[in-house]
Write a protein that binds this ligand. Sequence first.
Ligand SMILES: *[C@@H]1O[C@H](CO)[C@@H](O)[C@H](O)[C@H]1NC(C)=O
Ligand SMILES: *[C@@H]1O[C@H](CO)[C@@H](O)[C@H](O)[C@H]1NC(C)=O
Length: 358
Amino acid sequence: MSCAFGLCLAVPLLVCCVSPGVAASWWSMGAAGSSRVMCDNVPGLVSRQRRLCQRHPEAMRSIGLGVAQWTAECQHQFRQHRWNCSAPHRERSLFGRVLQRSSRESAFVYAISSAGVVFAVTRACSQGELKSCSCDPKKKGSAKDNKGQFDWGGCSDNIDYGVKFASAFVDAKERMEKDARALMNLHNNRAGRKAVKRFLKQECKCHGVSGSCTLRTCWLAMADFRKTGDYLWRKYNGAIQVVMNQDGTGFTVANKRFKKPTNNDLVYFESSPDYCIRDRDVGSLGTAGRVCNQTSRGMDSCEVMCCGRGYDTSRISRMTKCECKFHWCCAVRCQDCLEVVDVHTCKAPKTAGWITQT
Ligand SMILES: *[C@@H]1O[C@H](CO)[C@@H](O)[C@H](O)[C@H]1NC(C)=O
Ligand SMILES: *[C@@H]1O[C@H](CO)[C@@H](O)[C@H](O)[C@H]1NC(C)=O
């Protein structure tokens, strides 16, 4: 153990006071506020994470802000599903509860959160917000691709730094625990980090005689985080159920008919609850009151979303922008129109008096 700047003195004290709680995780950094993250006040950091926090306060700020981005991405991907990745503030533990189960939802959340850290730290490097990193120093000089020679220029995203930092910070907790669940989390964390790296793209600017592009300057940039979200969403849908192998060092696929997971695949142990009714024990909020789509045949259809309980329809009117016209130059002017639409919301289960209706 390295003891930089006497920080190790403080560590044992801190360890004792972290409740081994349900939602205790670096995820709560999103709630710690962006202006100043106080490493000692973030619940659920393990000592190694706390040390990184103290040594890299600006990186922690980026990670904290990143929590909002990856939770929003998670909610976007799950918007049409019974479980919608929401973590209501009143019931912060619920997000933690659902993730206690080793389900595919957990696999997704671990992957996207770890991807989110890579993205946030890498971007902060490029924007010069971190003392410990900058643009990718390896992307210097000239190189060649199928369109010919070019110069590396500008600021290439330093994804290797982002991946390294994310791995050190995010994996710290699981590296201390050698059980099956830790192994599952580590696998999905890594899949998340790799996903971001997949969407690095080379961007170039042409110089030379009017668009001839004989001279180019290129740099590597991360694609929009949505790309990572969409990719991990496909991996969620194809997630592979596994069991620990005999010697406890890896996984074997639970059903021999399915393929062996690669490092890019998400893995999980337990099947998911149906998330139909509110059940604190499994972290399900239920779907009572959720908006469903009467004409859809997918997961957001009223049949599926409401779990066959039926739905209520209410007619609402709302103002929308309409008859928009383009005025030369350059404005778009619209009218306000009153639109009447039917909104369908799932009924609550009949027997469950403990559903709170608002
Ligand atoms: C997600 O689900 C919860 C509980 O069913 C609901 O209260 C919330 O409004 C939903 N969020 C979105 C964005 O649909
Ligand atoms: C409902 O589902 C249909 C068919 O998938 C789709 O075209 C429509 O846009 C959806 N409506 C809403 C309000 O999402």
